[in-house]
Each structure stands twice: as structure tokens, then as C-alpha cells.
Design a binder for this molecule. Structure first.
Ligand SMILES: NC(=O)c1ccc[n+]([C@@H]2O[C@H](COP(=O)([O-])OP(=O)(O)OC[C@H]3O[C@@H](n4cnc5c(N)ncnc54)[C@H](O)[C@@H]3O)[C@@H](O)[C@H]2O)c1
Length: 332
């Protein structure tokens, strides 16, 4: 295959971002088809990347000039669209979440297993971030000794009002769920959510911040402070505490401390594009390279399913205030 010809479904914030990257910075790929619920959005992005716009997402998936599909539609559309990619037997990069419920995610895991080759990658881009990769290497090299505890912090400066406590689990904490599974190489078995005093910036009924506590199969503890209305900056930090040392990432990339006007200091990262922009590019390049070889090189359907299962337990923990066990089927 010379160039991987890609259909991009859903060209809102993420889809338009990925389409632009695929048609500029990523090697060996070309966006040929663009689809969106709003035809004018599809037409605009298609024109900007030299592709054609198609009104029906399933027509886009089945198009002859499409070898692979990137799904950046809202989570509720993923189930049918990923299934259509599996039906055609072509590689798909699906933004998280894989689907919005455990049963449909597991059905996808089973269907892909029956096909006998991996076709699905899920958009957990932190696995491609240089700092997370370095942290994972410290763990696998044994540099920290046995990892005992992982502390995560996930703060956004501001979010829309529809980010209620449950949405914060499904949309934000989902990234720490995948980070914990990636770093520790084991499943999460329970979730507990502590709700304290909320910021006055949060709408009534929304607990912001929250402390989420995960337990893993081997009994390790992972904590995550999720606070999405700090009014400050995008702060995503992770500390792994091991038996013989600890390591922290996320203290701001390219840290520069400058002295000007009688002050010292640096600047904080404003948003996730600035923090993870490079990781998205690596994610796309690795997906394109693997898809051209007919395989997947990143978090797959099982990782997508596990994240959905843990977040489902997290939402239950928000509702009940209880520690909730994660219900997961066996890996096929
Ligand atoms: N990996 C990350 O860091 C990250 C960050 C943000 C969003 N996301 C994920 O990316 C996906 C898109 O998020 P977004 O922020 O770009 O949303 P968005 O609302 O900006 O864009 C979604 C687009 O999909 C279109 N759309 C809706 N239903 C559709 C359908 N059935 N078929 C085709 N197009 C449809 C909408 O018109 C819109 O243009 C979500 O799954 C979200 O969770 C991932």
C-alpha cells in the first residue's frame, strides 16, 4: 500500500484537528473522505484537506477509496460506526470512549476476536506522550522498585456546565483509568469517589473537585484528583511511588524559569492541545504505520472496554457514595 486512504467521521474539535494533522504532519496517509452530521462542516474540512465530503457515515466507511477510518464523532455514535468498520474488515482509530456502555464495548471485543486480527485502536493518546513513556520505562526497568501507589492530578481551567460529576468521570477520569492500566499493567478492580467542598464555579449538584480512588488486581492504590474549574491552567500530573523511589511527570513541558521585571517564574500549559499535541501526532503516525502493515500498534478494543467498565463503576460510585467493584468479562 502506498498511502493509507482515510475517512474521518465527525469533524468537530478532535476530528478537524486529526484531519489537519493527517494531511500535513503525518507521513504515509491521505484523508480522502470526510463526514459529519452537519454537511457544511464536512464540506469545509474536506475542502481544507483535499478530500470529498460524504453525507452518510456508513457510505464513508464502505467507500472504495477508503482503507481505514478515524472516528471522532460523539461517543454515542461509536458503536454502530466501529461495528461497520469491523464488518468491512478495515482498521479504525476510534476516539475514546469505545462505546458508551459495557455490553456494546464487550460485544466489539468479541467480534474483533472472532475476526482473528486486531483492527481497533482507541484514542488514549497519553500512551504516546514522551513523559508517560519515560515513566512507564522507569517502572519496567525497575528503577523505582515495585510500584506501590500512583497519584494523579487532572485539572482544567474551565469547562462547560454540562460537565457534571458523572461526565467528569466518563470524559476526564477515563484518561487516568487508562494511564493506571498502562503504567501498572493490570486491571482496576474497584472505584470509590470522595466528594468534598465544591468550588463556587461548579453548577449546583456538581461535585468539583472529587478524589477518585482505584484499587488494582494486586491491591495497589491509584488516586486521582479531578478538578475541572480551577480557573488556572491545564495541569495533568502523575506520580508513581515505588519501593525504592518515586517519579513525577507533568510539571510543565519545556519548563523554563525566567527572570524579568524583578520577578521569576514560567508559564503554565493553557490546554490539552499544548500539553498533548505531540502525543496526538505520535499516536496518528503509529496508527497509520501499523494500519499500512495490516495491524494495530496502540491501545486496543480490550483497553477501550476496560476503561468503559471502570468508568461505569465510577459513575455508580458517584451516585451511591460506595466503593464499587468493576464488573469485567473474561478476555477472549
Ligand atoms: N483523546 C482526547 O484527548 C479527546 C479530547 C477531546 C475529545 N475526545 C473524544 O473525541 C470525540 C469527539 O469529541 P469532540 O470534542 O471533537 O466533539 P465535537 O462535538 O466538537 O465534534 C463531534 C462532531 O461529530 C459530529 N457528529 C455528531 N454525530 C455524528 C454522527 N452520528 N456521524 C457523523 N458525525 C457526527 C458533530 O456534528 C460534530 O461536528 C468524543 O468521543 C470525545 O470523547 C477525545
Amino acid at each position: 500500500m502506498t498511502e493509507l486512504r482515510i475517512a474521518v467521521l465527525g469533524v468537530g474539535m478532535m476530528g478537524a484537528f486529526h484531519a489537519a494533522a493527517l494531511s500535513s504532519r503525518i507521513r504515509g496517509a491521505r484523508v480522502t473522505v470526510v463526514n459529519d452530521f452537519f454537511p457544511e462542516k464536512a464540506a469545509e474540512v474536506a475542502a481544507s484537506v483535499g478530500a470529498r465530503a460524504v453525507a452518510d457515515p456508513f457510505e464513508a466507511i464502505r467507500a472504495e477509496d477508503v482503507d481505514a477510518v478515524l472516528i471522532a464523532t460523539p461517543g454515542r455514535a461509536h458503536d454502530e460506526q466501529v461495528n461497520a468498520c469491523l464488518d468491512r474488515g478495515i482498521p479504525v482509530l476510534c476516539e475514546k470512549p469505545l462505546t458508551t456502555d459495557i455490553a456494546s464495548s464487550y460485544a466489539i471485543v468479541q467480534k474483533e476476536a472472532r475476526l482473528g486480527r486486531p483492527l481497533i485502536q482507541v484514542g488514549f493518546m497519553r500512551r504516546f506522550d514522551a513523559e508517560y513513556v519515560a515513566l512507564k520505562k522507569l517502572i519496567t526497568d525497575g528503577a523505582l522498585g515495585n510500584p506501590l501507589v500512583v497519584h494523579c492530578t487532572h485539572r482544567n481551567p474551565t469547562v462547560p456546565d454540562f460537565f457534571n460529576s458523572e461526565f467528569m468521570i466518563r470524559d476526564s477520569v477515563v484518561h487516568e483509568v487508562d494511564v493506571a492500566r498502562f503504567l501498572l499493567d493490570e486491571e482496576i478492580t474497584s472505584v470509590q469517589v470522595l466528594k468534598g467542598v465544591a468550588t463556587k464555579a461548579a453548577p449546583a449538584g456538581t461535585s468539583d473537585p472529587m478524589i477518585v480512588v482505584f484499587e488494582t488486581e494486586s491491591g495497589r492504590i491509584v488516586t486521582d484528583e479531578i478538578y475541572v474549574r480551577t480557573g488556572v491552567a491545564y495541569e495533568v500530573r502523575t506520580e508513581v511511588v515505588g519501593e525504592s523511589g518515586s517519579a513525577t511527570i507533568g510539571l510543565d513541558q519545556n519548563l523554563v524559569v525566567k527572570t524579568t521585571d524583578g520577578r521569576w517564574g514560567g508559564s503554565l500549559t493553557p490546554g490539552f492541545v499544548q500539553r498533548f499535541g505531540a502525543a496526538y501526532d505520535v499516536e496518528l503516525q503509529r496508527w497509520v504505520d501499523a494500519a499500512r502493515r495490516g495491524t494495530v500498534d496502540g491501545p486496543g478494543a480490550w483497553d477501550g472496554y476496560a476503561a468503559v467498565a471502570v468508568c461505569e463503576a465510577g459513575v455508580e460510585a458517584v451516585r451511591t457514595g460506595q466503593k464499587v467493584r468493576v464488573a469485567m468479562e473474561a478476555r477472549p
